[in-house]
Design a protein around this ligand. Structure first.
Ligand SMILES: [Zn+2]
Length: 121
């Protein structure tokens, strides 16, 4: 990850298949989202970055839930505890895959190449 993340910038490493940004609410939490066919989809549109599906920061104090779509943050309703539980199970699977992938790739290359693209908060 880049040592410091700037607010309002989505950082993407194609090499590691991961994106990172500071939580859009401004709380300062670093949010990492793995990219891939079964994870998040990243698209760099002319208007700005799109990340799909939504980002739910249930591990953070702020509990923020939003989409980043074409450079804009679209705020969502907070989820019910049932929805959060269902979302967390999916996240655990994704995290496990991410760490497996990272261990393999860190042997090959340690240089992270990051592309930053801006979104409006
Ligand atoms: Zn936040």
């Amino acid at each position: 990850m880049p040592a410091t993340l700037e607010p309002g910038v989505l950082y993407v490493s194609n090499e590691f298949g991961i994106a990172a940004h500071l939580c859009a609410c401004g709380c300062g939490a670093k949010i990492r989202t793995p990219l891939g066919p079964t994870d998040w989809q990243f698209d760099n549109t002319d208007a700005g970055p799109t990340l799909y599906p939504s980002i739910g920061n249930w591990q953070q104090q702020c509990q923020s839930h939003y989409f980043i779509t074409a450079g804009e943050v679209i705020w969502m309703e907070q989820w019910t505890p049932e929805q959060i539980a269902a979302g967390r199970r999916g996240e655990e699977r994704r995290n496990q895959r991410y760490f497996e992938q990272r261990q393999r790739k860190s042997i090959i290359s340690r240089a992270w190449s990051w592309i930053g693209s801006r979104f409006r908060r």
